[in-house]
Design a protein around this ligand. Structure first.
Ligand SMILES: Nc1ncnc2c1ncn2[C@@H]1O[C@H](COP(=O)(O)OP(=O)(O)OP(=O)(O)O)[C@@H](O)[C@H]1O
Length: 369
């Protein structure tokens, strides 16, 4: 059982505040991913939990006990870094066994535990080798094995597969997930890669400039982004964002994209919901992911004329830039469905996939259609 709680964490480096009032509770066995751009304070947060960095304000609690006064070595937390930091003169077996030497004297116990971890990570055949004979992925497996072997209260991982090539990263991602399901330990994982975050996390914590933006399951963060930063950071290609005005007309809401000649049809309850949320024209941004832009070759009800502009065929699907007046809208369509550049087609925004944000604060109005 390991629960970790961060209460009102603040951290400065000189005059620069790198963590601002961070509050977060991580449940036992939970896999949490801290996601954000370089420099947003992820690593500093992880190091503070491990005891490698002090904090200026707030409390860090492990199983309800404040730990600020406890040194890193006594927090019983394992840390896996991007750089593998294996001991080059030791074999893989000795590297994994190393953390056990201080705590478990008995050779037979050490042998058994190293073998068990090696089996879990499928590296038994590497135990006699030296790190210099290993590939990048295997080195990182050994580093993870060394962290796991002492069965720490929690695992902290800082971009552990960031240095590997794309194919190996994908493989290691799957392995880390399998390992977590099998081994079950409270894990906090740092990355700037949203795909990695989505595929690994029970919950993603999105950070920006030291401020927590949203905590939620991958689905929540993707489908219900709390603000424009999260909306554009998660998902690829990025969410379309346009300034819009909304008016009511003959039982419909009409959404006009600034610079576009036509309006998109929305259900009439949009205007009522926007009014309740305090949204006002002139301060309204519409966000829609490319899969929320529907494209048709023929005129259909609710579809407006647009022009296919740039087409990126990606095999499983195509990404098409549609010209709507002087605005661009990216759509994701079935592969080969659309047209040549310059061809006139029809588009509609799926109201169920539309997001409305306050243009000045970026906050979502939480509209559900
Ligand atoms: N020891 C330090 N002294 C001064 N500034 C630091 C120190 N460590 C980090 N910083 C600064 O604090 C900010 C947050 O850094 P941090 O490493 O936590 O961010 P990050 O989100 O993990 O980014 P990255 O992925 O690049 O490591 C950055 O602006 C960084 O330059």
């Amino acid at each position: 059982m390991t629960q970790i709680e961060l209460r009102g964490i603040e951290k400065h480096f000189g005059a620069v505040q790198v963590i601002k009032d961070l509050n977060l509770t991580i449940a036992d066995n939970e896999f949490i991913v801290l996601l954000g751009q370089s420099g947003c304070g992820k690593t500093t947060t992880l190091r503070a939990i491990a005891g490698l960095e002090t904090i200026d304000e707030g409390d860090i609690l492990i199983d309800s006990q404040p730990v600020q006064h406890i040194k890193a070595a006594h927090r019983d937390i394992a840390f896996v870094f991007q750089s593998f930091s294996l001991y080059p003169h030791m074999t893989v077996f000795e590297n994994i066994a190393f953390p056990l030497r201080a705590t478990r004297g008995n050779r037979a116990d050490i042998e058994r535990e190293v073998q068990a971890v090696a089996k879990t990570l499928q590296i038994t055949h590497l135990l006699v080798k030296k790190p210099s004979a290993l590939s990048g992925g295997d080195m990182q497996r050994v580093a993870i094995g060394r962290a796991l072997v002492r069965r720490p209260k929690a695992m902290l991982m800082d971009e552990p597969i960031g240095a590997l090539d794309a194919k190996l990263r994908e493989e290691m991602r799957a392995e880390i997930k399998r390992l977590h399901i099998k081994q079950g330990s409270t894990t906090i994982y740092v990355t700037h890669d949203q795909v990695e975050a989505m595929s690994l996390a029970d919950r993603i914590v999105v950070m920006h400039e030291g401020v927590l933006q949203q905590v939620g399951s991958p689905h929540e963060v993707y489908a219900r982004p709390a603000n424009m930063f999260v909306a554009q950071f998660v998902g690829s290609p990025v969410m379309n964002m346009s300034d819009v005005t909304v008016s009511e007309d003959a039982g419909h809401a009409r959404v006009v994209v600034r610079g576009a000649p036509t309006s998109f049809d929305f259900p009439s309850n949009l205007t009522a919901q926007l009014a309740v949320a305090g949204a006002q024209n002139g301060n309204l941004t519409l966000g829609v992911r490319p899969e929320g832009v529907l494209v048709s070759r023929e005129a259909r009800e609710g579809f407006v004329p647009v022009e296919a502009h740039i087409i990126e065929p990606l095999g499983s699907h195509d990404i098409i830039d549609l010209k709507v007046g002087d605005q661009m809208l990216r759509a994701r369509t079935k592969s080969g469905f659309v047209p040549r550049p310059g061809e006139a087609v029809w588009a509609r925004i799926d109201p169920a996939q539309a997001h409305f944000f306050d243009s000045s604060t970026g906050t979502s109005f939480g509209i559900r259609l």
